[in-house]
Design a protein around this ligand. Structure first.
Ligand SMILES: Nc1ncnc2c1ncn2[C@@H]1O[C@H](COP(=O)(O)OP(=O)(O)OP(=O)(O)O)[C@@H](O)[C@H]1O
Ligand SMILES: [Mg+2]
Length: 253
């Protein structure tokens, strides 16, 4: 089982949008679990899953709740979700009081290693212990970059954070929410992949079709499969797939 963390120190850059669409693409071929690590529960909402973790995430971390009891299915048979709810607000404190505090997510995931080929972690922004946990278990870190003078800075921050952690996971960065009418965005498309090996040439455009995920409560490929952004997310998945190389086990269901 391989683990992909969708992460940035910056908020609002398209992490959740990416996590949901990558999970959907991956589920065409693999058994996928998306873990919504954000108390806002946006990925949970987008996949139409009830934002409730029985007993709260603290009980899951302590082992009082079994992971199988919090996993929810989605409309896609190959895609399950561990929902995020308000109890995740205290997750940093919960981890902090646990032994080997940066390994708790990995420990929980070990229990479902036979049930899934791929886990996608939708991380909250910031350099928290939650993020450290996600990085520790990750085989790749997917980082959306919104073109701005600060986007390289956020990539540097992520790179430093990964380097300072125990993680050796490669970073797969890409441009998110791109508006080609803007000179700065066009410059970023040209310069960033050239100047930084971690930045792929995948470009996710800023479009209303992506925004509609919030009203459709579905991945873009399910309602606008031909849209530029849907094709770009499929392309991003093929890059991530080539990086982590998941193996499809025989399906149980
Ligand atoms: N390519 C895009 N085009 C248009 N809107 C987008 C695009 N990507 C994301 N958005 C919108 O931008 C907002 C933020 O996106 P998203 O929730 O994916 O970011 P995030 O990095 O997960 O945010 P947070 O840090 O709060 O978790 C959402 O309303 C989303 O619909
Ligand atoms: Mg998010």
């Amino acid at each position: 089982m391989k683990v992909v963390a969708v992460y940035s120190t910056k908020g609002g850059v398209g992490k959740t949008t990416t996590a949901v669409n990558l999970a959907w693409e991956a589920a065409r071929e693999f058994r996928v679990l998306l873990w919504d690590l954000d108390p806002q529960g946006a990925a949970t909402f987008l996949l139409q899953v009830k934002p409730k973790v029985k007993g709260g995430v603290g009980a899951l971390v302590s082992g009082d709740t079994k992971v199988g009891d919090v996993i929810r299915s989605t409309s896609n048979d190959a895609l399950d979700v561990i929902p995020g709810d308000a109890s995740y607000r205290d997750l940093d404190l919960v981890f902090d009081s646990a032994k080997k505090s940066e390994r708790r997510v990995a420990r929980i995931l070990e229990k479902v290693a036979d049930d899934y080929d791929l886990v996608i972690l939708d991380c909250p922004p910031g350099a928290s212990l939650v993020a450290e946990n996600a990085l520790f278990s990750a085989d790749a870190v997917v980082v959306p970059l919104v073109p701005s003078p600060l986007s390289m800075r956020s990539l540097e921050q992520v790179t430093e954070f990964v380097a300072a952690s125990i993680s050796t996971a490669p970073i797969v960065a890409f441009l998110s929410m791109v508006d080609r009418r803007k000179t700065m965005h066009r410059d970023a498309i040209e310069n960033l992949p050239r100047d930084n090996k971690a930045v792929t040439d995948v470009v996710i455009p800023a479009t209303v079709q992506v925004e509609r995920m919030g009203t459709m409560r579905a991945p873009i490929a399910s309602y606008a499969p031909g849209a530029e952004a849907a094709v770009a997310f499929a392309d991003l998945w093929s890059r991530v797939r080539a990086t982590v190389k998941p193996k499809a086990r025989k399906r149980k269901r």
